[in-house]
Design a protein around this ligand. Structure first.
Ligand SMILES: [Zn+2]
Length: 90
């Protein structure tokens, strides 16, 4: 069974402070996250192995964005998002 079936997926936007690698300006950016919320019960058709995996499964979210556009009007360059955790348990 695909582990994705254990979760209900949704998207949220959360602010994060990022540092542009070109102009070194720190600003707040709205980043998109994919939220995988564990379902209340195991989906039908699950076998013993799925049951064990489901018991250990936890709700979590993963960062969808990997780039951001600098907010500095003089820069405006697209930089790679780094220095923040890209997965978080809920
Ligand atoms: Zn910049």
């Amino acid at each position: 069974m695909d582990e994705r079936l254990f979760y209900t997926e949704s998207q949220v936007t959360r602010p994060a402070r990022l540092n542009c690698q070109f102009c070194r300006t720190v600003d707040e950016y709205q980043l998109r996250w994919l939220v995988r919320k564990k379902k209340d019960r195991l989906p039908s058709g699950a076998d013993e192995r799925d049951r064990a995996k489901f018991a250990k499964a936890q709700s979590y979210m993963v960062l969808l964005d990997d780039k951001a556009q600098c907010k500095q009007p003089r820069c405006r360059r697209t930089f790679d998002i780094s220095g923040i955790k890209t997965t978080a348990f809920l």
